[in-house]
Design a protein around this ligand. Structure first.
Ligand code: HEM
Length: 467
């Protein structure tokens, strides 16, 4: 039962009115479940999610992360990253510095980097020559290179063995972390001994790989020269803090090298995994809904033209494409269960007392498929996010779901994810028609839950659009 509730919360195709109790049972606004040794409170209502995560005090009350998940501990060398780290003064400083450092690179530069990568992607896709293929590796390449370029000024060629190895390690790591029962009950560790050993081995390989890259950047940093990447900016920020905060405080105290390594892996790995999942779900949704594909093509023809490149600043002129991306974030959802939170003190949620250390999970999937908020929630309808009077995308605050989270632990890469997904999806759609390969079934809309919700591997046929 727990797995069913925690995987998705609401079942596709369940007619809530006819199937009495179904939504009520699985999508109650707040309920608690016991997962082995842990009491977990699950929130499935947008309103309660906002009250809990985004209001000034309650947001902080549940801003912690589970601090005894054995897999997180192994993967991050003792919670030295941002995503899995608990809510402490240090974490707040790290978040602030990381957010500022990402911004220093600037949206314009982000777009240029993504555009360079997309040109190569479109060329590779053209070479597929209408043949069915799995787009996964090509899409990972774009996303991974974009992030590596921004963060460590490095890009890889598709067949680079270093790139291929790093991808394999990441996939293994996500598999070993996702749903590992030892996180919920330490006494189960002997049963998953080989998984934990494998995770330790992979974490060490990833760590050594990233350490080599970062040592070079840290050693070659020259503050009299132009900032080359996000890590340069972090080094600058930690020097400022080191000087300002306390004469005895070293740069290592502010942001140790291990913390920088783990942050880089957070951004590169989580960032590429989520955006790639979004792009693949988008492709699947247009394979299921050819009429929507036609509308997107007609908007692209009006605004960009088939020989043009889609840029992020075209977004306002293309509300339909934008709305289709938001609709993919809603259903089938990229992070259906977000990232677990932990109450860092006694608090309350929707009037229920929540003791310190309780785990709190937000069921984004159930929120996005709440039939009281979204009519026909299991239908892909981009127009639900378009204001019928102005024809513009409705503001995020009125969408009634929050795929990037809210409050002190909200997604650090939200803006980057929006830019990247819009530019990559826009350009693929502008150049190609996306089809189900002849003789194949439609890829399913329920995938595999790892750190994010990914489609099963699928094949697609891309047909070049005629000018
Ligand atoms: C479609 C793409 C993405 C989605 C749907 C997404 C969604 C999320 C969600 C739901 C959370 C957890 C919020 C919470 O705990 O309440 C999160 C956290 C995070 N995301 Fe994203 N994300 C995406 C892309 C990215 C990208 C591109 C990056 C980095 C470049 C990134 C970096 C992070 C980090 C570092 C955190 C942890 C923040 C913290 O714990 O304080 N994400 N994201």
């Amino acid at each position: 039962m727990a797995e069913e509730e925690l995987c998705f919360g609401v079942e596709e195709g369940v007619n809530v009115d006819e199937c009495e109790g179904s939504y009520e049972r699985m999508g109650r606004p707040v309920y608690s479940v016991k997962l082995f040794d842990k009491e977990v409170v699950v929130i499935s209502s947008h309103k309660i999610m906002l009250e809990t995560l985004a209001k000034k005090n309650s947001g902080i009350d549940v801003a912690g992360r589970p601090n005894d998940f054995i897999t997180w501990d192994i993967a991050t060398y003792g919670y030295k990253d941002i995503g899995f780290a608990d809510y402490t003064h240090k974490l707040k400083t790290h978040r602030r510095i990381a957010t500022k450092s990402l911004k220093v690179i600037g949206e314009q530069e982000w777009t240029t980097i993504i555009s360079n990568e997309i040109t190569q992607l479109l060329d590779r896709f053209k070479q597929k020559d209408d043949k069915a293929f799995d787009p996964h590796a090509d899409l990972v390449m774009v996303s991974f290179n974009t992030l590596c370029k921004l963060i460590i000024s490095k890009t890889y060629q598709f067949d680079d063995p270093e790139f291929q190895r790093f991808l394999e390690w990441n996939e293994t790591m996500f598999t070993e972390i996702a749903g590992n029962p030892a996180d919920f009950a330490r006494w189960l560790s002997p049963l998953v001994y080989s998984r934990l050993t494998n995770l330790r081995r992979i974490s060490e390989l990833r760590y050594q790989f990233m350490k080599k890259k970062l040592t070079y950047i840290i050693q070659s940093f020259d503050k009299s020269k132009k900032i080359r990447n996000m890590i340069d900016q972090i080094i600058l920020e930690r020097e400022r803090l080191e000087n300002k905060a306390n004469p005895d405080m070293t740069a290592e105290d502010v942001y140790s090298e291990d913390h920088i390594i783990q942050l880089t892996m957070d951004l590169v790995c989580v960032g590429s995994e989520t955006v790639v999942a979004l792009i693949k779900w988008f492709m699947i949704q247009v394979m299921h809904n050819p009429d929507i594909q036609t509308k997107i093509h007609s908007e692209l023809d009006k605004v960009v033209g088939r020989d043009g490149m889609v840029m992020y600043n075209d977004r306002e002129k293309m509300p339909y494409l934008d709305a289709a991306i938001w609709e993919t974030l809603r259903y089938p959802s990229i992070t259906p269960l977000s990232v677990p939170h932990r109450a860092i003190r006694n608090t309350s949620i929707a009037g229920y007392d929540i003791p310190m250390d309780t785990l709190v999970m937000v069921n984004d999937y159930a929120i996005g498929c709440d039939p009281d908020v979204f009519d026909e929630p299991f239908k892909f309808k981009p127009e639900r996010f378009i204001d019928c009077e102005s024809g513009c995308l409705i503001p995020y605050s009125k969408m009634n779901f929050a795929p990037f989270g809210k409050g002190p632990r909200s997604c650090l890469g939200e803006k980057l994810a929006q830019i990247e997904s819009f530019v990559v999806i826009g350009n693929i759609m502008n150049q190609f028609e996306v089809h189900i390969p002849e003789g194949s079934a439609k890829p399913p809309l329920i995938g595999v839950l790892g750190l994010s919700h990914n489609p099963e591997h699928f094949r697609v046929t891309l047909k070049a659009r005629k000018s």
